[in-house]
Design a protein around this ligand. Sequence first.
Ligand SMILES: O=C(O)C[C@H](/C=C/C(=O)C(=O)O)C(=O)O
Ligand SMILES: [Mg+2]
Length: 429
Amino acid sequence: MKRTIFAVALNHQSQIQAWNAAFHQSPYQAPPKTPVWFIKPRNTWRTSHQTIALPEGEKTFSGATVGLVIGEKARRVTEAQAAQHIAGFVLANELSLAEESFYRPAIQAKCRDGFCPTGEMAPLSDSHGLEIVTEVNGEERQRWSTTELQRGAEQLVAALSDFATLMPGDIILMGTPQQRIAVEAGDEVVVRATGLPALVNRFVAEQTPQPQPQEQGHPTFFALGLNYADHASELDFKAPESPLVFIKAANTLTGDNAVSVRPDNVDYMHYEAELVVVIGKTARNVSREQALDYVAGYTLCNDYAVRDYLENYYRPNLRVKSRDTLTPLHPNVVPRDQVPDAQNLTLKTFINGELRQSGTTRDMVFDVPFLVSWLSQFMTLQSGDMIATGTPKGLADVRPGDEVVVEIEGVGRLTNRIVSEQQFEESLK
Ligand SMILES: O=C(O)C[C@H](/C=C/C(=O)C(=O)O)C(=O)O
Ligand SMILES: [Mg+2]
């Protein structure tokens, strides 16, 4: 069963060449030092021969690629060890709207319903030198080779598993060329590669947005950046004009009274008290007025950030925000009808008993109804999906030994303790 579909951007030579000049200018400043990860959430998942509805009024582009499938748990594995953790490979079509920027996560471009069909898995002795072919209505339109990728399968497994434990069923899509092919209603797109089952999908026009079938796989965990103006200003940002949404993978979630690992040799890892919205039923194209009807309830999380790892690519990137143990999430969901006004709750963070952060959900830039409605305009939200709604001003570094308590009025109290990498590794022995 698929768990999380990870993907990497800017991994094909043609992309690196096309964007090289931009990488040395604002907002990027320098080429990416680490893989530019993103997630294709479960509403994007389809199988071969499933029909895909194209978003109305948008130009959609094909992104034929190959994905490696994790077969054995991979945590901090080396490149040399990586192959033994790979069960096989799948062909995929990493569909996307046009990408004008890689600065912020491309949720609206990449997370539309059906934007990640994958084929059946098969073992490959070697994924190096694999030719990926795209045919549209029987005509070959693109052919590229995995020799053109900056990082191959083993390097990607080693890089991702360094901060995110990978489990059987996790997939990593290895990249797409700069040149994408536009797909239109009525097209049949086939992705082929020697030794792998072909991926065949027909595209149709999306009439009125329909809730898509409930996909299996982990609930999608959305998080908001800079959704409190005072926090944005403390980071020298203006409040965003539209929601800055990023997605976290399941590996990062931990529970109440758990430990959170502060990487060794970093300067700044800070806490972030956040109200979390839990979706209660399938939501697609819902209005602000209807939005709360789709909310099951609320819980709370601590959306830690390791600022040392920030790069200006899909910022904040997974290496900052999707690290193992760095998203404590309270397991108890308070039913919506027990939280009369989610926009009028105090949030507090205590470090070793001392109040260090205090804010109110009144100060959210985009409130809960807006966020549920906004996301549902371009993707299907499903029961269990969660939205961490951002953190107010008052961040500070935390150190091993610190007890961190997040408290949200009427929702709950979340406790966790900071440990060093060394302490954590010791505890695993
Ligand atoms: O790009 C930034 O610096 C903002 C980003 C995320 C912020 C939040 O998670 C939040 O505002 O709650 C970061 O601080 O990494
Ligand atoms: Mg946050």
